[in-house]
Design a protein around this ligand. Structure first.
Ligand code: PHB
Length: 393
């Protein structure tokens, strides 16, 4: 090497070192987690719950892991909006160089981002989106929430065992709704029950009145419902009550999305005694849940009650922390996936594990009844099915 060339490269090296020295060590070395979800629009509560769940975990565990600062980059899809979700994911990967993609309240948005995770080889940590097929769309997807078939099958089994023989189903007309309708029909009819009729309602702004009238006319013993968490549950229960279906003796059974904890207070007496099946209730009695709720209330300023999506955010973040603890300086996507797909956690909902074959969560599904506890409405657990996998896989 000629002397001048040697000195040039030495100068370059020194300049580089000076830059490293000038950059605050922690910030430069931070682990970036891009969180994609709706934070405004009709599904804003999904993003709010997920974010506060993430922040509750960080509040309990600090924001430095293995000497690296954990940085959260919040991105609002305003959705349901798959195109925006995909663009946001591409920006997070290319411009912000995130180590993890996370969040995902809505199925269509998760599906749109799957190819981005595959191409970038970046783990995609699903904190809610619950259509069964999602985890098959990329080997980089792992899910810490639930699947609709997983939480629906126990409801169908319970209904058949408890003397309900004829059911009308009403679901939201997209992935999770179709999954829950299919699973309910399969398990309920296999147990001897009969499906009287089925309707699917639009995902955006459904007007429930005509459907509720159809249910009333069909005179089933019960109606099985899936609507996404948020204010649709309240709209359905209002229409149900106004048209006198309860007086006509028609019961409501549902997945816990209908009576989710955040909306439950607003639904109030309309929801009393409704039986649902789900993986999390704010009334779950465990030290982990008590500590989680305390941290959640601190970070959310007591503005919202934690629901199942908050727990999805909290557990997804616990898993990300474990990966950073194990991999330290460099988060390699493939190594991260090996850790994520074998993850076991003691969650506020109970023990959970990821099934390494499907990268879906295996967990207890609870039967709950809406009751008033100390003047507030809660989903009170009264039965459970342990180690439930997604039945479709
Ligand atoms: C979904 O879009 O996958 C989804 C949204 C809200 C829910 C459940 C599933 O309550």
């Amino acid at each position: 090497m000629r002397a001048s060339k040697f000195f040039n490269s030495l100068a370059g090296l020194l300049a580089g070192l000076t830059m490293v020295a000038l950059t605050p060590a922690l910030a430069q070395n931070s682990v970036k987690v891009g969180v994609i979800a709706p934070f405004s629009g009709p599904f804003a509560s999904l993003g709010g719950e997920i974010e506060n769940g993430i922040r509750a975990y960080m509040k309990q565990h600090g924001d430095i892991v293995a000497g690296r600062k954990i940085e959260i980059l919040i991105r609002d899809t305003t959705g349901p909006s798959p195109e925006i979700a995909k663009r946001l994911a591409q920006e997070l990967v290319v411009r912000d160089k995130v180590d993890f993609l996370a969040g995902f309240g809505l199925t269509p948005e998760a599906l749109a981002v799957a190819p981005v995770a595959t191409e970038a080889k970046i783990p995609m940590v699903i904190m809610n989106a619950a259509t069964s097929v999602i985890t098959t769309k990329s080997p980089y997807i792992v899910r810490f929430s639930m699947t609709l078939p997983q939480v629906t099958a126990p409801m169908a089994t319970w209904a058949a065992k408890n003397g309900i023989k004829q059911v009308f189903t009403l679901v939201s007309d997209y992935g999770p709704g179709i999954d829950s309708e299919t699973e309910f029909k399969k398990t309920f009819t296999a147990a001897g029950g009969k499906i009287v009729d089925s309707v699917r309602v639009p995902l955006r702004n459904p007007d429930f009145s005509p459907y509720v009238q159809r249910i009333k006319d069909a005179k089933p013993e019960a109606v099985f419902i899936f609507v996404p968490a948020g204010d649709q549950g309240i709209a359905f229960m209002k229409a149900f009550t106004e048209r006198g279906l309860a007086q006509a003796g028609i019961k409501v059974i549902a997945t816990g999305d209908l009576t989710e904890d955040y909306q439950l207070e607003a639904m109030g007496a309309l929801a009393l005694d409704i039986v649902t099946s789900h993986h999390y209730s704010a009334a779950h009695d465990s030290p982990e849940n008590t500590a989680f709720l305390k941290a959640f209330n601190e970070v959310s300023g007591n503005k919202m009650r934690a629901n199942f999506m908050a727990v999805g955010g909290y557990d997804g973040m616990a898993a990300i922390y474990e990966v950073v603890r194990k991999l330290g300086a460099k988060i390699d996507g493939d190594k991260a996936m090996d850790i994520l797909k074998n993850m076991k956690l003691l969650s506020p909902r109970g023990r959970i594990a990821i099934d390494p074959e499907t990268r879906d969560v295996v967990q207890t599904v609870y039967l709950r009844r809406v009751q008033k506890v100390d003047g507030q409405y809660y989903n009170v657990e009264f039965d459970k099915f342990d180690n439930v996998k997604d039945p479709g896989k």
